[in-house]
Design a protein around this ligand. Structure first.
Ligand SMILES: *Cc1c(COP(=O)(O)O)cnc(C)c1O
Length: 360
């Protein structure tokens, strides 16, 4: 087994109070790093003090965006244990993104161990309050110094961590969503299935437009016909129409969300009718008008679920569930949170406890 070396910081930072935490602004004392060189492969996995990277201005990633990332969380349960949620699946997804961006694959087990290693070293940074967590951000960047357009021959993998506050401080709250019919997030054959910086850059102008119109997020339609539901913001989308739960299929443009997969599994466990199928915005709006659109929610690591209370499309507005969080949405939220914090049985073995080194 590849050995991970550890160099501890000599200047640990003060940790903020749990109540003062937001998202992604505070970083922990250490980071995980590993390098790739053509011919040598991935090498030198190590935990080191958190520090800025020094990059030549001609570094490939700064110009052509050959970069991938992922995002998962560590949770401290009331029992004091720290758990990762579906770490192996996140590690495997990083490789799926790597393949899409011509980045050499990593050893998924080593990636999972990198999450465990950094959380073990920075375990005191995992906040205690219910709803808080330690967000883990693995990233790979192309580091060749070169202005020609070509896959890089060298890469840096790093994992940084940020203690984050509770996403819902006053209970799960529905948001207003604007259906975008002039911007496109991803197309078949493009990068929609990969977690890559470019997809996020492509989403910014539509997001800003939605905010200016008084909405929280954008609902994306397919890039060819502008007809079929794709994703919501940077989350996967699900809805319940009548007794059918519907989510768009993983057919080339949609990110294979770990929360999406977890929700689908739970709902199938509960015996619900769950369809992964194409669904048009016209079908959704019609269901919104006739009242059969019972619930709609986004899924993602940051929020777990984010209920949609209102949809705006071509000047028309439909309200969903009177703007309240639906029963199914709330049940999914409570179930996943329970597994993550170790207060509910983990029937599918989704969590893994991080071994914390004894204090010296
Ligand atoms: C990360 C991400 C999601 C959600 O994935 P999770 O694994 O559930 O966090 C959905 N869509 C996009 C585009 C994403 O980048």
């Amino acid at each position: 087994m590849t050995e991970i070396t550890t160099t501890l910081t000599r200047t640990p930072a003060a940790r903020p109070a749990d109540a003062a935490l937001s998202f992604g602004k505070v970083l922990t004392d250490h980071m995980f790093m590993m390098n790739y060189t053509a011919g040598k492969g991935w090498h030198d996995p190590r935990v080191v003090p958190y520090a800025p990277l020094s990059l030549d201005p001609a570094t490939q990633v700064l110009h052509y965006g050959q970069a991938i990332f992922d995002g998962l969380k560590a949770f401290r349960g009331p029992d004091g244990q720290i758990r990762l949620f579906r770490a192996q699946r996140h590690a495997e997804r990083l490789n799926k993104s790597a393949r899409a961006l011509c980045i050499p694959e990593l050893d998924a087990d080593l990636v999972r161990r990198s999450f465990e290693a950094i959380v073990a070293v920075d375990n005191e940074w995992v906040p205690h309050a219910m709803g808080t967590s330690l967000y883990i951000r693995p990233t790979v960047i192309a580091t060749d110094v070169m202005l020609g357009v070509h896959p890089s021959a060298t890469y840096t993998y790093f994992v940084i961590c940020s203690p984050v506050g509770a996403y819902y401080k006053e209970g799960v709250k529905p948001v207003r969503i604007l259906v975008s019919d002039n911007h496109v997030r991803a197309v078949q054959g493009g990068l929609g299935e990969a977690k890559t910086a470019a997809n996020y850059a492509a989403s910014l102008s539509a997001q800003l437009e939605a905010e200016e119109a008084g909405y929280t997020q954008v609902l994306w339609l397919d890039g060819v016909e502008r007809k079929y539901i794709d994703e919501v913001g940077t989350m996967n989308i699900m809805m319940q129409i009548g007794d059918e739960v519907i989510t768009p299929p993983l057919a080339g443009t949609i990110l294979d969300g770990v929360t999406r997969n977890s929700c689908l599994q739970l709902m199938r466990d509960w015996g619900l009718k769950v369809s992964e199928r194409k669904i048009s915005i016209d079908e959704v709006m019609a269901a919104g008008r006739d009242g059969s659109l019972r619930e709609m929610w986004g899924t993602g690591t940051a929020a777990v679920v984010s209920p949609v209370g209102e949809l705006g499309y071509k000047g028309e507005k439909v309200s969903i569930g009177n703007g309240q969080t639906g029963l199914l949405t709330q049940k999914l939220y409570d179930s996943i949170i329970g597994i993550q914090y170790g207060t509910a049985p983990d029937a599918h073995g989704w969590t893994s406890v991080v071994k914390v080194p004894a204090k010296v």
